[in-house]
Design a protein around this ligand. Structure first.
Ligand code: SF4
Length: 238
């Protein structure tokens, strides 16, 4: 019997969530409350729309020729909060020769998710804040589960791309970025590090839902700020 899943939305030509052009499925439901979240309407596990892996695959296959050098990314929300649904989609993609990736914060029950992580080809891991206490301020939760997931990926040699949102006054601090660099350099499974500049594009959604957007007064990082971040993280652009 087909598993029932809940999704927030899909994007058919995603270019920033993994290699190549990708079909992105945004899962509904997230345990975090990141202050900069673009999709606060994806938080509530009871919202979104019900669907099944078969229906998702049917949709994905319509775009197979466009995503042949890219693939499918499961994003969210938090896709690993629906591990069985995610697993079925990934298995079907693999049968059809389609590359798969999962974009996760790592705030998950690892034991429930190992089968999915074993199957998926790439993990896009969002390190929200390298310091546990600040991570709680930024997202409502600490970062130990993210670290557990990364250790598991290291143990099974699963390729990981790190993503890190750079927010002035929060994560855009020299000492914090140096700690992040020293942390990630220990892992051989990390293939790439992508700093992402903070944007306020989700601010209107917070207001529509009636939530208080606490980052209104924070400026988006400048090109120069981002160059400095690249330098501290020792990343060559291009
Ligand atoms: S993990 Fe993603 S979806 Fe969840 S609150 Fe943070 S930014 Fe939003």
């Amino acid at each position: 019997m087909d598993v029932i899943g809940r999704i927030h939305s899909i994007e058919t030509f995603g270019a920033v969530d993994g290699p190549g052009i990708r079909f992105i499925i945004f899962f509904q439901g997230c345990p975090l409350r990141c202050l900069y979240c673009h999709n606060p309407d994806s938080w509530d596990f009871s919202q979104g729309k019900e669907t099944t892996p078969s229906r998702m695959i049917e949709e994905i296959l319509k775009y197979k020729s466009y995503i042949k050098t890219g693939g499918v990314t499961l994003s969210g929300g938090e896709p690993l909060m629906q591990p069985e649904f995610a697993l079925e989609i990934i298995k079907e993609c693999k049968k059809n020769g389609i590359h798969t990736a999962i974009d996760t914060s790592g705030f998950i029950n690892l034991d429930n998710c190992k089968k999915v992580i074993d199957q998926v080809e790439l993990i896009l891991l969002d390190i929200k804040d390298i310091d546990d206490e600040d991570c709680i301020i930024l997202t409502g939760r600490g970062n130990q589960k993210m670290k557990n997931l990364l250790s598991y990926c290291e143990s099974i040699k699963k390729p990981v791309w790190i993503r890190h949102v750079v927010v002035p006054k929060y994560t855009m601090k020299k000492d914090k970025l140096e700690r992040l660099y020293n942390f990630i350099k220990q892992y051989k499974c990390i293939e790439k590090v992508e700093p992402l500049d903070f944007h306020k594009i989700g601010e209107y959604k917070w207001k529509e839902i009636g939530f208080d957007y606490r980052l209104s007064g924070i400026k988006e990082p400048t090109k120069k700020d981002m160059e400095e971040v690249y330098k501290i993280l020792k990343i060559k652009k291009g």
